[in-house]
Design a protein around this ligand. Structure first.
Ligand code: ACO
Ligand code: KIV
Length: 530
């Protein structure tokens, strides 16, 4: 069967139902489902083979890697002609602000059929608590942003009144009518928190169809969440009531309990309890994406239809949010507070940049990773010593040798070289030479510090603990090094007189550099405590 071509605002076959797959956007909001750009491209190729009409490729403003993924998909899959001559529509998602929309456009514009999907919440609870905006303001922003998207040259703009199922109907008709005037070509009606019964959702679509001016010029879409296990049923009811685009994900993955499933046609009968299973799955009350986390932190009911405690699910401290590549500043700040850090705005902003870079490489950012980031970013500001350069030579022949350049607070550079039993050992020993905490030098080639000066003030330090954790698969991933040291008094190191310990943590791609960074961080804390 040949498919009717998709032409915005022109619907040649009103009975044709299009499938929009959002595995790469909402699916990725499933905790633990973060994908690399290459993996996303592979999935997009498979979706194209499957004949999916519209591929929601990602949220380009959320991270550099998502931008890259959406761009790659747009350039390749977005120009692939299927056997029936069909080229899929490629969507980049954006909040209703110029930056998100411009970034989405930059990522998708090389697709043959690019579409911007821009959303803003229209329910009273979201407008009041999350957006802190009036109905009038939301209406104005929605129209202005749809026009802005069109002004970029994008002739296909989808508008999403987020949390439509809990919005006042008269307001929904009004805002949808106005965004159509402003240039929207598809309106997507989401049941964002998965609260409706199938007959209610069907009626919502039918009511919008009957009451919204100019609605016949656009495609109505459904986007149903599975919090009550009804996403597929609601989607089918939406189609029966006139929706002609249905949003689904592979295996029904997505935020919390997931979305309507691309392949699910009957009841769920699986043996395994999948994490996104409604109500009882491990993710059912866990919020992955920044916008949800921000809303949930401001008011739980923005994204939770019932408190988990009310059905006997305990929420231990910290659950409700997982930090990953889709998280934003509000969630990061909250978790840092829970870990005992009270950071200023500029410190959070600085940690956030590094957090996003790390999260792009890892599925989850753990508390240990956060502690490492904070100690890198915040305590570094008070550093007495900073790592300038590091060079190590190691191998099966000869001695491991490290040359280290440290920069002190006055900007002066100090270089030392040492051998040791391995790369890390020799590097630590070279650091010791410079910071004059030398206890045990195997060998030293020494450039700028005089030996005499060095030997005058030796503060022995003992390495109490050293560990490296590679948290993700593969050798090219982030290594978090953790070092604990203790200052030792030569004259009194009895158990009764134990000296305080100082720890340092650093994360990075190179084990030796991270280890030296962690060691220097611990030394800085020790010296700072004097
Ligand atoms: C229903 C849905 O599924 S919505 C899509 C969810 N997807 C995502 O969240 C994608 C991944 N998210 C991210 O990477 C980050 O959240 C970002 C980059 C988008 C934003 O990060 P940050 O700027 O640090 O903001 P953070 O996520 O903490 O908070 C969201 C902000 O956007 C605002 N916002 C939420 N939705 C919208 C919207 N549709 N239009 C405009 N602003 C919005 C919130 O009010 C909040 O603003 P505030 O900080 O001034 O209070
Ligand atoms: C952005 C929209 C489509 C969404 O994901 C939701 O409302 O659940």
């Amino acid at each position: 069967m040949t498919r009717p071509h998709y032409i915005p605002n022109h619907i040649p076959d009103p009975s044709y139902v299009r499938i929009l797959d959002t595995t790469l956007r909402d699916g990725e909001q499933s905790p633990g489902a973060a994908m690399t750009p290459r993996q996303k491209l592979d999935i997009a190729r498979q979706l194209w083979k499957l004949g999916v009409d519209v591929i929601e490729a990602g949220f380009p403003c959320s991270s550099e890697s998502d931008f890259k993924a959406v761009k790659m998909i747009s350039e390749e899959v977005g120009n692939c002609v299927g056997v029936d001559g069909y080229v899929p529509v490629i969507i980049g998602v954006a909040r209703c602000n110029e930056r998100d929309i411009q970034t989405a456009w930059d990522a998708i514009k090389h697709a043959k059929r690019p579409r911007i999907s821009t959303f803003i919440a229209t329910s009273p609870i979201h407008m009041e608590h999350k957006l802190k905006k009036s109905k009038e303001e939301v209406l104005e922003i929605a129209c202005r942003m749809v026009s802005f998207a069109r002004s970029l040259g994008c002739d296909d703009v989808q508008f999403v009144p987020e949390d439509a199922a809990r919005s006042e109907k008269e307001y929904l008709y009004e805002i949808i009518g106005e965004v159509i005037k402003a240039g929207a070509t598809t309106v997507d009606i989401p049941d964002t928190v998965g609260i409706t019964m199938p007959w209610e959702f069907g009626k919502l679509i039918a009511d919008i169809k009957a009451n919204t001016p100019a609605i016949h010029n656009v495609v109505i879409s459904t986007h149903c969440h599975n919090d009550l296990g009804l996403a597929v049923a609601n989607t089918i009811e939406g189609a029966r009531a006139g929706a002609r685009q249905l949003e689904v994900t592979i295996n029904g993955i997505g935020e919390r309990a997931g979305n309507a499933s691309l392949e699910e046609v009957e009841e769920y009968t699986g043996m395994h309890l999948q994490p996104h299973k409604a109500l009882v799955g491990a993710n059912a009350f866990v919020h992955e994406s920044g916008i949800h986390q921000d809303g949930w932190l401001k008011h739980k009911a923005t994204y939770e239809i019932i408190p988990p405690e009310s059905i006997g699910i305990e929420r231990s401290s910290g659950t409700g949010i997982v930090l990953g590549k889709l998280s934003g500043r509000q969630a990061l700040r909250k978790r840092l507070q829970e870990l005992g850090y009270q950071l200023k705005d500029d410190e959070v902003a600085s940690v956030f940049l590094h957090f996003k870079a790390m999260a792009d490489k890892k599925k989850r950012v753990s508390d240990a990773d956060l502690i490492a980031l904070v100690s890198n970013e915040v305590t570094k500001a008070e550093s007495i010593w900073k790592l300038g350069d590091l060079q190590v030579i190691c191998g099966t022949q000869g001695l491991s040798t490290a040359t280290v350049k440290l920069i002190s607070t006055d900007g002066s550079e100090h270089i030392a070289c040492s051998v040791g039993s391995g790369s890390v050992d020799s590097a630590f020993k070279a650091v010791n030479l410079i910071v004059k905490i030398l206890k045990d030098v195997c060998c030293l080639i020494y450039f700028r510090i005089s030996l005499l000066e060095l030997s005058r003030k030796i503060e022995p330090v003992k390495l109490v603990e050293y560990s490296v954790t590679i948290v993700t698969e593969g050798v090219d991933e982030i290594a978090t090094a953790h070092v604990v040291i203790r200052k030792e008094n030569n004259h009194d190191s009895t158990e009764q007189n134990v000296h305080p310990t100082f720890s340092g943590t650093e994360a990075g791609k190179d084990v030796v550099i991270s280890s030296v960074g962690a060691y220097i961080a611990a030394i800085n804390k020790m010296l700072g405590s004097n």
